[in-house]
Design a protein. Sequence first.
Length: 311
Amino acid sequence: MKYKILHLIFIMLMVVGKTQAQTPAAVAAPTADTIQIKSLIIIKGKDARGKNTYKFYNDTAYTRNKLKKNLHTKWLVIDLGFNNYIDRSDYAGAGAAALMAYASPGYSSVTNKSYDYSAVGLNTFAPRSASAPLTPDEFKLIPGKSINVNIWILMQRLNIYKHKLNLIYAIGVEMNNYRYARSITYVPGYPTQIIREDSIHFSKNKLFAEYLSVPLMLNFTSNPARPGRSVDVSMGVMAGYLVKSRTKQISEERGKVKRTDDFNLNKWRFGITTELGYGPVKLYGNFALTPLHDYGLEQYPFSVGIRFNGF
């Protein structure tokens, strides 16, 4: 069990700051008391009192052999971060007419079917007038609950010049959760409509969008021979295609309600992607150049977070 715990800890954190220089005796064939994780060698021993001790060594031969390869592959690189967007919608100008209507078919918690809110009166459905101008507050997010998870199934780095200048590309899925602070509801269908539901309190109200994405980045690595003490900077472009979208709402009045539709979301997304790291610690940022929605709203999403290196 101790070996499994150590293996997991050093895979994620790679405490290379504590490594020592390699010695020929230290890098002999692994034994029951030796663990090797890529270039990191951990040797278990005992001190004078019989307690377990651990020494850390850097296998420079492993690093030298790795540098001979021009193409390096990683599997299951995972991003964990947060979503938000920059709202550039024209709420007051000519573009306001293109935004979604409000006195539109809604949802009945009694029959679980759509019905026309105008039949029961707009005031019972929303204290504000349905014709009142939209504001950015309608689409305000809860930043700490708008989670972004990306899974890069395959990520490769191609050497361009002395392993300091590289080309990085990958394929995977971006999963974006937009957690709304206001009581709004996306109504499936065409044209997509959004209704105000101030009389309903949602404990969860989110829009989920999943993209099949391909990033392409130019990478600079300051010290390829010692990756544990190297600064990595990457920047490039990314394209994605919408493969799944849905909404999820939870309230006392209706329970759990899920709706699946494209909700007027752009099928294609193009943007800028960046990566900044030192040793095993990496941060990422994705910034869309196309709006989240196909028409009306102009909200440009971005996500930032931590990147785990994979295997």
